[in-house]
Ligand binder design. Structure first.
Ligand code: G3I
Length: 339
């Protein structure tokens, strides 16, 4: 006789537990709620494969709860999105990027477009193709046109910032080198991007600029200056911010951000992670970003130590491998709150 009643009680208990856990998550503010009004977007790199994982559902729920910006870690790179040779639409694989885009859209997030050009992670048909400078230029401009048009058309307004160029300082040794020097490559790519989506903000994304002895002599700074002087469309510069065993002070961050801001560019932190004194590193960079009015986004490269390109043991992210908030999370949240 107890059977039906017990089942009902168990079901009610389950419903109550679900309600409490949903309410609890909604009641706890995420990083996206800590941001000073409209000033700074806070984001993380993520992947379609993990977002749709049937076994690790916490990944998607934490991502959506905490962030209002996401960067596909690999899903928009040539190696993923353009796996077959040629310029026809059938050469492209938009599925992973579209999964990311739908997720972002349904959770009120924006997406950063990463990346339309890189010397690495290119498909073998491109790297082994022995293409001429003219052919490479055509492939590059076609790719930019096709990918940007796809996201503009199917997800209008979702991707505002595009890393048009990733790591230009390594371009000379990669597949694109026949096109010419950094200025020529960047000019071609940026002009193609402006044409494809005139409302998008176009970025150079670079690593280790925060370690420059003199930022005004840094090759990417000099290139950005040259591009601006030549009226090539360039709106922002991304600082990847992979901090290893060298710490970077708040003052140093402010100096390098300010140098680019003085060129009229927005600056963004696009791939942050830190494994040496991480809490201090998070504090330094976020405080510096908030102190420079043109700093408009702070993005970490992943968010849980469970999935980081550096390996879980390096523990460079705000959440541990079980999705517990770490001291780096507290440092980040407090800095966003201006504490
Ligand atoms: O998805 C395949 C999987 O099917 C296959 O079994 C496995 C075997 O190696 O490879 C998987 O692909 C890997 C992919 O990450 C997804 O995990 C690639 O081999 C691997 O090369 C790729 O590494 C990425 C790397 O860029 C190259 O694209 C990292 O995840 C990603 O974190 C890293 O990100 C870069 C930024 O784009 C630019 N700045 C530096 C940053 C860190 O290197």
């Amino acid at each position: 006789m107890c059977q039906g009643g017990c089942m009902r009680i168990k079901y009610l208990a389950f419903l109550l537990a679900s309600l409490i856990s949903t309410t609890t998550l909604a009641a706890i503010p995420g990083l996206r709620d800590d941001i000073s009004p409209t000033r700074l977007q806070v984001g993380a790199a993520a992947s379609a494969k993990l977002i749709t994982s049937g076994t690790d559902t916490k990944y998607a729920s934490v991502l959506a709860h905490e962030y209002n910006l996401m960067t596909p870690e690999n899903d928009l790179k040539w190696g993923t999105i353009h796996p077959r040779s040629g310029t026809a639409l059938s050469s492209y694989n938009f599925a992973p990027g579209d999964t990311d885009a739908k997720f972002a859209l349904s959770h009120g997030m924006h997406m950063r477009g990463h990346t339309l050009f890189w010397a690495r992670y290119n498909p073998s048909w491109l790297t082994n193709g022995n293409y001429s400078a003219t052919q490479l230029t055509d492939l590059l401009t076609n790719h930019i046109q096709t990918v940007m048009t796809h996201y503009k058309q199917y997800f209008p307004g979702l991707i505002v910032y595009w890393d048009v160029i990733n790591e230009i300082k390594n371009a000379g040794s990669g597949v694109w080198a026949p096109i010419g020097n950094s200025f020529k490559i960047a000019s071609i790519a940026l002009q193609a991007a402006r044409k494809a989506d005139p409302s998008a903000k176009l970025c150079l994304n670079e690593y280790s600029m925060e370690f420059s002895q003199n930022i005004y002599q840094n090759p990417t700074y000099l290139l950005a200056k040259q591009l601006k002087q030549a009226n090539i469309p360039l709106d922002c510069v991304g600082f990847q911010g992979h901090i290893g065993s060298n710490s970077v002070s708040e003052t140093k961050w402010r100096t390098v951000f300010s140098a680019f801001a003085a060129l009229g560019l927005e600056v963004q932190v696009t791939e942050f992670d830190a494994y040496y004194a991480p809490s201090q590193q998070y504090t330094n960079v976020v405080k510096a970003c908030l102190s420079v009015s043109k700093c408009s986004a702070f993005v970490t490269w992943g968010f849980t130590d469970k999935y980081t390109w550096l390996g879980t043991s390096k523990a460079p992210l705000p959440f541990d491998a079980q999705y517990n908030k770490k001291s780096a999370y507290t440092a980040l949240a407090n800095s966003l709150l201006g504490k």
